[in-house]
Design a protein around this ligand. Sequence first.
Ligand code: UD2
Length: 321
Amino acid sequence: MRRQKEFNLARYLITGAAGFIGRSIAAALLARGESVRGVDSLITGKRENLTGLEAMEFLQGDLADPVTCQKACAGVEIVFHEAALASVPRSVADPIGTNVNCVDATLNLLVAARDAGVRRVVYAGSSSAYGDTPTLPKREDMVPKPISPYAVAKLAGEHYMQAFARVYGLETVVLRYFNVFGPYQDPSSHYSGVLAIFCRKMLAGEQPTIYGDGEQSRDFTFIENVVEGNLLAATAPAEKASGKVMNLATGSRITLNQVFQLLCELTGYRGKPAYAAERAGDIRDSLADISRARELLGYTPRVDFREGLQRTVDWYRAAGA
Ligand code: UD2
């Protein structure tokens, strides 16, 4: 606390702070009375997501610009790197944009973090790193097989994290998120996460579209579990967690057809889904083994899928999204 008062510096930096995951981590830190700085380019983040986070110092800027990274990292001890252009189909449409905003941005941030004397960077990795291999559940010792430009970009970021831990002694922790969902996830773009899109449409009585036969499955992870995993990753002993990659998920999966049925119950939607061609770069099944995060961080998911979905539907209903 003394350090913050003397220098008026934030202890935590959150990149992508105006995005769904970043703002959720920020809210949890502020609730604990921590000093927090957020940076966001507002390419996909939304200024309205900053409502309620007024105690956070906010810097609008793009991590593709090294000067923004320097300003963002000044005086910081711990970084949560959530900023990315998240979406498989977006990366298929614009692989260079995804690379700039995921890979270049991550490398710029790491260099700035190293130079500013940041102690630890916690990185938002993606389950897409595993690719479309049939073996389930996915364990971190499996060889990554990314199949979309997005997956390649997020995996490149993981490798940079590990390299910086190894060669510069910067503590880095990679959390591989599995299909995160919950309040504040943007439902308005066709690049949005499927649960956000389905909640919004079905609450509005509009027909959702399932790409493929709907039998693909995901280990959908409620945002509160992800926030909890990040807070644990920030404090876990370096000997245990630094330089490591670990899944952050629930360890259970559900198909899109089952999700649709559940959402009919929760939203009151009475129609059928439309079915369209499977998306390029899509993965069939995704399920995490979460024992490594349990062992290294003491992580255990607190909110199961059904409860998370109920809370998410309630939030979109109240937000009138
Ligand atoms: C990937 C990663 C996830 C995260 C995310 C960021 C995997 C297994 N997961 O999620 O961890 O990094 O990328 O974007 O790689 N769909 C529909 N209708 C819609 C929208 C989507 O059927 O209106 C389908 C889509 O084809 C896919 C599933 O829903 O089969 C999930 O799609 P998504 O975009 O929510 O997430 P996904 O799995 O690409």
